[in-house]
Structures are given as C-alpha cells and as structure tokens.
Design a binder for this molecule. Sequence first.
Ligand SMILES: [Zn+2]
Ligand SMILES: [Zn+2]
Length: 431
Amino acid sequence: MASQIPALPQSYAPGTDSVFSDQSGFYSLDANVPGLSKVILNKLNMKDYGQYRAAVEGKAKGISFRNYKEMFQRIEETFKFCTGCNKLPDHLAKGQTLKRCVKCLNVYYCTKDCQKKDWPQHKKVCKMLRLVAIDRLVEWLMFTGDLPLPTEKWSKSVAEVKNWDDWLPMQGDLWPRLDAILSGTNMATLWKNASRARPDDADLRQSLWRLQSEFLSRVLTVGTAMQRFGLDPSSKPITIHLAGASHNETMGARLTDYDELTHMFPGHQGIEIVMVGPEVVDSSIMRPPLSAFGPKQRVYISAYKGLYHQFWEELVEKEEAAKPDLVVGFHPDFDASQGLDDGWLPTLLLLRDYEIPSLFTALNETEMTYSLQILLELEMDMKGNGANPFSSLKPEVVGSCPNKPPVYCNSHYFCFQGLLETVEFEEPDEA
Ligand SMILES: [Zn+2]
Ligand SMILES: [Zn+2]
C-alpha cells in the first residue's frame, strides 16, 4: 500500500468570523499560536483550553470573565493567600486585606507580623520571585502570537553550538525585535489590565527572552539528544517521539514549532516529531503520524492523545506510525503521586526492551537523581546525565509554597538505551 504523505499546511491564519476577532489577540488563540500554558490554566483553575474558551464565551459554569482586566484579576487571585499563615481572602477579619511584598509583587501577607516572620525564608527568593511575577504576566504574549520570535538560520555547525552563549550570536540583534513587541498593542493591553505597574523596558526585554528560551529549550534539547545518540538526519529521515507531552507543548501548538531543527540540521532528510501523552491538547498538530518518510528538509509534527505504550500498541505495532529513532520526554516526573506503575513503568520497559535511544529532562538535580535511581532499578543502560546546556532560563515556582527556590524547565537531562549488559566473567580453568 502506498503510504500517503499528508500535505504540509501553510501556517494557519485565523478567520475574521472568529468569536475572538473583535478583541485584540483573542482570535489568535484558536489555532496558530502556542496557547495558554498549563501554568496560566492552573492559575485560572482551568483544566484545558476548551474550558478557557468556554469561559471567554461565557458558557462555563462558575468561570467566566468579560474582559482582560477580569482575566488578569483571576490570575492574580490565585496568588492571594498569606504566605505566612496560608490565610485566604475569605478568612480575613473585616477591613483586613492581603498586602503584596513590594519588592517582588509575587507574594501576599495578611499582617505585618506574618511578613516579618516569613522574611528569613522569603528574602532568599524575593529577588528571583520578582522575575517570576513579571514572567507569569508576560507569558500571555505566548498566545497572542507576539512570542515566540522567529529565529535565524545557523551560521555555525551543530558541533560548534554547545549552549545559549553560542546560539545567541547567530540571531543577530535581538533587541529591535524585542522592542517591536514592547511597543506593540498586546503589551500595552497587558499592562493596562494587569493589577500592577508596567515594569521598565529592560525588565520586559529580559522577560521576553526568558519566555523565548523556554520555548526553544524543548527544540534544542531534542536536537542535542539526536547528537548525543549520533543520529545523523542528513543520511536518513529521523522519527522522534515526545513521550508524556503535556499542555505546555501542545496547547495551541503550531506546525512550525520545531522548525529550529531545520536550522540546526540544514539539508536533513526529514524529521518527524510525534507528541504523545494523555494531556495532549487538541490543536492543528492533532493529525496522524507518518507511516513512511516525510518531506525532506521539513519538520512534520503530529500528536496522539494517550499513554505512550498505548500509542505503541495501537499505531507503532500496526506499522501505522514509524518506529522512533529517538524518544524524548520533558520532565516526566516519575515520582508523581499516581505512582510509577500506572503511568511510566510500561513505557520505560517498552523503551528498554526495544532498545530505543531515550533522553528525558528534569526540573532540577534532585529530580534527575531520583529518576536515575528508578532507571537503575530497571537495569537500564545509562548513557549520560547532567546539566542541560539548553535549559529554560525562566524561573518557575512549583507547588504551592512560594518560598521554594525556583526551578527551570529542562535544567537537567539523563539518557539511556536498552538493558544494562552485566559482564560475566568466565570461571578460571582449574589448574
Ligand atoms: Zn498571615
Ligand atoms: Zn518579595
């Protein structure tokens, strides 16, 4: 049977009949921009993009906002609890309000007393949290289409680009492009409606760059994983599965999201990315994977909603999806509360037994170390680990305690392939 290669659609331009088209930015939520991140959704107490959309349209029960001001207020409300005693606004005495730390604008306190008591902990992270507080608002520009910025062709070979310091000079002068966003209408809308003063331009430029780095971190991590396993896309097409793909990568994902790989490996024979995970969000990338080679010098993205081992049984085994040359996972968190058995274990065993080159990332060294222990117990043949040179540069607070040191997406990596061969020594001959 001749395999069908789906046509590569041009990047999608939203129609003017969209319900969002009368509000600047909102129309583009539909299909062509990386959408609301999980972080924002979490802050809005929403599960997915569908719920968000329903809220914007006023259809969701209990959740709706009429304008940007209300949306940003909603986001801010989720931060409103006393960092000292965890008191929520509802539990405050009459006339009492939560006050923000004026330095970071990221944490709240019910009284001066609570703030004083918390200061020894908070002072360690206050400076960093100031950046977190800016980024969580600027992140909105990821789904208005202002970010990510388009990138330039590589003037250096893959081997010469070892980290961000090598990558950045190839982009020419970033500042004018960042300044165009600074003076754009969406940036103005943001600070008109956010419940805080606009930070100065230097802060905003840095924030835009941090958000851009978060987006590119995933692509460049995939590219460096190919190198680590010696995969040469100029000699054959390469299929890469992103196992455990989440909202972060798939919400409003665009077909062009991995085009940086073409800059990285010019003249490649075709690179296919399949995002697989139970949290995959419906978007333009939700289409079948390739069962045969894709177009040369193009990156083809598709997605599958479900657990990786189900995807394997349903599509890979039936040869409806190509076997992967590489599997990458972004901070899978094997430690997650639901337990390893239900989620990752079948996938890890599958990757091991099919000897698939695999690379995963972690949010910090502790998470990496914990993951390594699990993989050693599974007798994986570990191929390396350490700090990821293309870590996201955007600090993020995980969990509900704001005074924890921030983490960075893809800050560490570890890779493995197949079962560890245990060397058996022959019994020496009896003399
Ligand atoms: Zn308090
Ligand atoms: Zn502070």
